[in-house]
Design a protein around this ligand. Structure first.
Ligand code: FDA
Ligand code: NAD
Length: 449
């Protein structure tokens, strides 16, 4: 049993949604495109899961955050996939138009959404995918958008993380679980393991849900992959003012359950009984279907500037793709929503209009919103750091200067114009001769570029 498509998107997350929108903009014909996703719902904006989704009141729920609302574009509901193929294909002759409308009405045409379906193997030579249900789906062009999975504590030798109140966060099912466990933990204690993005955003959501939070992580400060100690100290002070406690430089060894049913986190200097635990200790890209078949690098599928893998029929986008970052002259794999959206769109452009599509020229962009705070970062956090602004107020930031050029910019509490200015300045990589002068000019430097 099998079906054949011209284009197949494997994975139904952020990148898949933006790729689908781009396909329809560029003119995919009815029945040509299929999206296969393990998740039971159409692509959605994953960032909502650690923010609006976990609010105690007026929480975000689907269908409100299907892609592509995160980029102020159309919201692609399941109905949209049934109906959206380029209108020119529907109007060649009126009679054909009628037939196509009939087929679409009966869900025979449109974009095929194959949901709740895991692909268990891929045969790159035969250009086929085999689903867990035993169906073979063949493609002419495949876009791999399988994203990543959350790392489990067991992978670091910690036992007991399968306990009922230990939560991870990658997909909707995880978010529903956290929301349920939070409801029964109001007024109680939560331990957040990991001081990265998930740790910081979930800690804020737990506090907003009136749960006491202790954060535990191995590094000397939070967000160690991006923040300088000075930036981290601002956020840690802010979190402390909200009642969050920090246990740094520590990894736990195991979980236990005490006589009152509370989780005990073992291996740390202080006892930490908890009603719930949220774990955010990083991710691994979902590459296993292609290991031994495609070239891998930096933990992801290696692609060229057209997002094309070592097999010319296969493209990779989003968290799973390791692509050439032109601005810094090296291959990188990014784990952020903006690169998922833009790499997906670029791949579709390269597929549909190869002659008009150049190399992907991307400026890394990361952001987060926690409590009343909001920051943006552009570029690379490499080289020497210059801090600017008022670290005791609401607006401050940092520049990174490498080999005499501005390569990265961070800003907390900026306006739209100020964020645009740091993005533009970073993309231009201006020469910086005097770090003290850059510090003196602060945000004014970016605004004047
Ligand atoms: P994504 O993970 O979105 O989608 C992958 C899809 O492939 C999933 O639907 C998965 O089920 C499916 N799949 C995998 N293997 C499969 C198989 N074998 N068969 C079928 N389907 C399969 N970034 C940012 O810049 N700002 C932010 O605020 C946030 N916030 C945030 C919150 C939370 C809770 C998470 C988990 C992540 C973020 N991110 C973020 C990161 C951002 O969401 C991430 O970079 C993108 O979702 C990546 O998009 P992809 O489409 O590559 O993967
Ligand atoms: P992360 O890489 O941001 O942070 C991982 C953290 O885990 C580290 O900071 C460290 O403190 C901790 N850690 C690592 N090994 C550990 C161990 N053995 N024991 C205890 N702690 C350990 O990853 P994350 O926070 O899990 O986020 C997962 C993914 O989701 C990332 O790709 C991230 O980019 C994405 N995400 C992004 C955003 C955003 O951009 N605003 C928000 C949420 C999630």
């Amino acid at each position: 049993m099998g079906r054949a498509f011209v284009y197949v998107i494997l994975g139904g997350g952020v990148a898949a949604g933006y790729a689908a929108l781009e396909f329809t903009k560029r003119g995919v014909a009815p029945g040509e495109l299929c999206i296969i996703s393990q998740e039971p719902v159409a692509p959605y904006e994953r960032p909502a899961l650690s923010k609006g989704y976990l609010l105690p009141e007026s929480a975000a729920r689907l269908p409100s955050f299907h892609t592509c609302v995160g980029a102020n574009e159309e919201r692609l509901t399941p109905k949209w996939y049934k109906e959206h193929v380029k209108s020119s294909y529907l109007s060649i002759i009126p009679f054909l138009n009628l037939i196509i409308h009939f087929l679409k009405w009966h869900n025979f045409l449109g974009i095929e959404l194959v949901l709740g379906t895991r692909v268990k193997s891929a045969d790159v030579r035969r250009q086929t995918l085999l689903t867990a249900a035993g169906e073979t789906i063949s493609y002419k062009i495949l876009i791999v958008a399988t994203g990543a999975r959350a790392l489990k504590l067991e992978e670091f030798g910690v036992s007991g993380s399968d306990a009922e109140n230990v939560c991870y966060l990658r997909d909707l099912a995880d978010a529903n679980r956290i929301a349920d466990v939070m409801q029964s933990s109001v007024g109680g204690n939560a331990v957040v393991i990991g001081g990265g993005y998930i740790g910081m955003e979930c800690a804020a959501s737990l506090v907003i849900n009136k749960i006491n939070v202790t954060m535990v992580f191995p590094e000397a400060h939070c967000m160690a992959r991006l923040f300088t100690p000075k930036i981290a100290s601002y956020y840690e002070d802010y979190y402390t003012s909200k009642g969050v406690k920090f246990i740094k430089g520590t990894v736990l060894s195991s979980f236990d359950i005490d006589s009152s049913g509370k989780l005990l986190i073992l291996g740390m200097e202080v006892d930490c009984p908890a009603d719930m635990v949220v774990v955010g200790i990083g991710i691994r890209p979902n590459t296993s279907l292609f290991e031994g078949q495609l070239t891998l690098e930096k933990g992801g599928i290696k692609v060229n500037g057209r997002l094309q893998s070592s097999n010319s029929s296969i493209y990779a986008v989003g968290d799973v793709a390791a692509f050439p970052l032109k601005i810094f002259g090296e291959i990188r794999r990014l784990e952020h929503v903006d690169s998922a959206r833009k790499s997906a769109r670029h791949a579709v452009s390269a597929i549909m209009e190869p002659d008009k599509t150049g190399e992907f020229n991307y400026l890394p962009f990361f952001y987060s919103r926690i409590f009343a705070l909001s920051w943006q970062f552009y570029g690379d956090n490499a080289g020497e750091v210059v801090h600017y602004g008022d670290f005791s107020g609401n607006t401050f930031g940092a520049y990174w200067v490498s080999k005499g050029h501005l390569v990265g910019s961070f800003l907390e509490g900026g306006t739209k114009e100020e964020y645009e200015a740091i993005a533009k300045a970073t993309s231009l990589k201006p020469a910086i001769e005097d770090l003290a002068e850059l510090e003196r000019q602060g945000l004014g430097f970016a605004l004047a570029v």
